[in-house]
Design a protein around this ligand. Structure first.
Ligand code: ZN
Length: 365
């Protein structure tokens, strides 16, 4: 869709860089830059916060367009004579301005309030979307501001998904997905990647007649929380079930991995007749479960023994080590679990947040 203000690179692409250039130019258009007036200072501060934020470029672009009243809300489309009615397609009560679409519509407000930021977006919109963003940039930490930016993008995307593609997503799914996406983006883009060639190793389908259960753990040192992600697939790579859960009082990464293995083995008990293949990327944990006369004692040793006993209930079972690249679905679920208060499981229909990886794995891309 076109924007009201569009600036293109010579190759026709609308990029963050060109958006930045326009943002700067627009800012200068008022000719007030040198007066140092407070609203102007505020705007400068907000633009800086926006362009410095560690979020994907398309998020910055979307937020920037929101600030410039340049996203195609119903009101903007009506102004451009694209449509005749500007009423909101969700609440059917108010004209859909940019502010209404991104913040005030009950659909959007539910996402904002339910998010970790817990923002009431019914109030504080007197100065429009950009005024609201300025206030937020001044109030919240840079991490929260980054999540806020991703949420703006998510709210707009979900609005379009429902309106044009009839894809519905619950408010909780929206903000959990936003958090996971942001965490993934930071992991791969913000931390410096080592300059070595990484050999891609794909997830492998289980043998015919077997089901494969991938598990992974995440660990948060500060809160001593361990997260667990489990995904079960059949021999054609089809999704069967997934589980995420979080446990407190986990003081070691290894402990989180051991607990995740046990959780996976417990989850598997529902398929008591199946031939089960447990697969994880924690070499020591896998070795400890495989090793009958485990040399490990204490709490960890017990966890490994419990896991082994749970697996021994199956007539056919195996446990193997797979490299990280083959364990991406479980890894993402584990990261996600750290943001949850309750365990969640899915059967037959996977959560949105892993759909892309499931497809890639089943096609072995
Ligand atoms: Zn509405």
């Amino acid at each position: 869709m076109d924007s009201l203000i569009s600036t293109k690179e010579s190759n026709g692409n609308f990029t963050t860089k060109s958006a930045y250039f326009v943002a700067r130019t627009c800012h200068g258009l008022g000719g007030e830059e040198s007066t140092g007036s407070t609203p102007n200072e505020d705007k400068k501060f907000m633009w800086k916060a926006l362009w410095r934020a560690k979020v994907p470029g398309k998020v910055k672009l979307c937020v920037w367009r929101g600030c410039m009243n340049a996203i195609p809300s119903m009101v903007n489309l009506k102004t451009r004579r694209v449509i005749l009615e500007d009423i909101c397609g969700f609440c059917h009560k108010e004209a859909e301005t940019v502010e209404h679409a991104l913040l005030q519509c009950p659909r959007s407000a539910a996402i904002w309030f339910g998010s970790p930021l817990g923002i009431h977006t019914f109030q504080g919109i007197e100065d429009g979307f950009s005024g609201w963003l300025i206030n937020m940039a001044k109030q919240v930490s840079s991490e929260s501001f980054e999540l806020l930016l991703v949420l703006v993008w998510s709210v707009w995307k979900v609005r379009n998904d429902v309106l044009w593609n009839e894809i519905v997503c619950s408010p909780m799914d929206v903000h959990l997905k936003a958090q996971t996406w942001l965490a993934e983006f930071k992991k791969w883009n913000v931390a410096k990647a080592p300059a070595v060639l990484v050999r891609e190793v794909n997830w492998k389908h289980p043998d015919f007649g077997w089901i494969k259960c991938n598990f992974d753990a995440a660990w948060e040192e500060n809160s001593a929380c361990g997260g667990c992600g489990v995904v079960i697939r059949n021999a054609t790579g089809g999704f069967m079930a997934a589980l995420v859960s979080r446990e407190k009082g986990i003081g070691l990464a290894m402990h989180a991995e051991a607990a995740a293995a046990k959780t996976a083995a417990m989850f598997l008990q529902q398929w008591s007749e199946a031939k089960v293949h447990l697969d994880g990327d924690a070499l020591l944990v896998v070795a400890a479960i495989q090793n009958k006369g485990s040399a490990l004692h204490g709490h960890l040793g017990n966890l490994f023994q419990d896991t082994r006993r749970l697996l021994q209930r199956f007539e056919h079972w195996r446990v193997s080590f797979g490299p990280r690249e083959s364990n991406r679905v479980a890894h993402r679920l584990a990261r996600w679990s750290l943001m949850l208060n309750h365990p969640i499981s899915w059967f037959e229909e996977p959560p949105d947040v892993i759909n892309d990886l499931l497809i890639e794995d089943s096609l072995q891309i």
